[in-house]
Design a protein around this ligand. Structure first.
Ligand SMILES: Cc1ncc(COP(=O)(O)O)c(C=O)c1O
Length: 397
């Protein structure tokens, strides 16, 4: 019998994953007694987030692409994205036929700065993509206010933010017009590759599902079923597609793993928050590392623990700190992605000539610490490594 080894990386998949995978295979990929895995995963995800509709996708990039198209982005249209963000946030406006415009970020929260977003709005702007980096919700009051004043749509990218809340207790992904999540392997929940997009607007949900589901006419906001009526489907006169679309569907096997992961969503988030909180406590008085600023009352879901390394102002190299942390048993420190406009992939666009001073200053300083430790003992190792590293560099935080 196939078993999962909880002592290795398999520890994350010790819920109902194998049971649901077997169900999919035993049903020959057709719906089981209680609906297809996709349907079950979508229903549970929507309930957990407090949204009316959720649609499974094969990645958290395809979700963004489909949402932008469904939001009406096309040739000549602009989507404002944070300059500090994974490149996918910059790619997808181009995939939709429009273009990305980068906004600068805040030096303390590391998130999209609404005052710079305001400066970037033109009569071609259609969508603001609010990216809740590292697990923390952007300043949604300010972004929603801008959107309302200029008639824009807001897409929340929550690939890194599961049940993070703003200071008013609102869940990231439920504040704007749609929220997008990723199940890629490094995320809070994973099925290897996958994603989910959710919203409360049935017309938008249907349009997103159709774009990602090959434009089959039977698809609706809440149903991914392509074959509804055999008599119709087997009729030579039946036209199947009322739109052109991509095949971005989440497969039955990843959906099975996703469902089992969604069932345990809270526990995965709590583990990450526990690691983030422990790192933050160590850095309370640090002069070298300044944690991502989280507004009073907000909950950072800590996809990673992000901090600004001000040690460079004290003559300590970023790489030197990373090496000592690793030598002390630390799990490694990831650098932030290059600013979107600095990635060679955009060299043939006018993004290549842009400058965003805060992002460019901050990006080389950011340190992203892992938060996917499974228990207290693993967290203790990381905390001790950080304390020892700070001491090594004369910071008795
Ligand atoms: C902020 C952000 N947006 C989008 C994505 C894209 O998700 P995926 O890798 O599932 O395509 C990722 C992650 O990889 C991400 O971190």
């Amino acid at each position: 019998m196939l078993i999962i080894d909880p002592a290795g990386p398999g520890w994350r998949f010790t819920g109902n994953e194998l049971r649901y995978l077997a169900e999919v295979l035993n049903n020959g990929f057709s719906a089981g007694a209680d609906g297809s895995m996709n349907e079950r995963a979508e229903t549970l995800f929507a309930q957990t987030m407090g949204l009316s509709h959720a649609i499974g996708f094969n990645s958290g990039t395809s979700t963004l692409h489909a949402a932008l198209v469904a939001m009406g982005v096309g040739p000549g249209d602009e989507v404002i994205v944070p300059a500090l963000s994974p490149a996918m946030c910059g790619f997808t406006p181009f995939h939709a036929g429009g273009r990305a415009v980068v906004a600068d970020v805040d030096r303390d929260t590391f998130l999209m700065d609404p005052s710079d977003v305001a400066r970037r709005i033109t009569d071609r702007t259609r969508v603001i993509m609010a990216v809740h980096l590292y697990g923390q919700v952007c300043d949604m009051d300010a972004l929603m206010d801008l959107a309302a004043r200029h008639g824009l749509t807001v897409l929340e990218d929550c690939a890194q933010c599961y049940l993070g809340t703003d200071a008013r207790g609102r869940v990231g992904g439920t504040i704007g017009d749609a929220g997008s999540w990723s199940f890629e392997n490094s995320k809070h929940l994973s099925c290897g590759e996958g994603g989910m997009i959710g919203c409360d607007n049935p017309a938008l949900a249907e349009s997103i599902r159709k774009f990602g589901g090959l434009g089959f006419r039977n698809l609706t906001a809440s149903s991914g079923k392509v074959r509804v009526d055999r008599d119709k489907l087997q009729d030579p006169d039946w036209a199947r597609h009322d739109r052109r679309g991509y095949n971005y569907r989440l497969g039955g096997l990843p959906a099975a793993v996703a469902l089992a992961q969604i069932e345990r969503m809270r526990s995965f988030i709590d583990l990450r928050i526990a690691m983030g909180t422990a790192f933050r406590a160590v850095l309370e008085r640090s002069t070298l590392l300044r944690p991502q600023a989280t507004p009073e009352g907000a909950v950072n879901s800590h996809y990673t623990f992000a901090a600004r390394f001000d040690g460079v102002d004290h003559g300590i190299a970023w790489q030197a700190f990373r090496r000592v942390f690793a030598a002390n048993g630390g799990d490694g420190i990831y650098a932030a992605w290059k600013p979107i406009h600095k990635e060679p992939a955009f060299r043939d666009t006018d993004l290549a000539d842009e400058q965003r001073p805060v992002t460019e200053w901050l990006q080389g300083r950011l340190m992203q610490f892992t938060t996917n430790q499974r228990d207290d003992s693993e967290r203790k190792t990381q905390v001790e490594a950080l304390i020892a590293t700070l001491r090594h560099f004369g910071d008795d935080a």
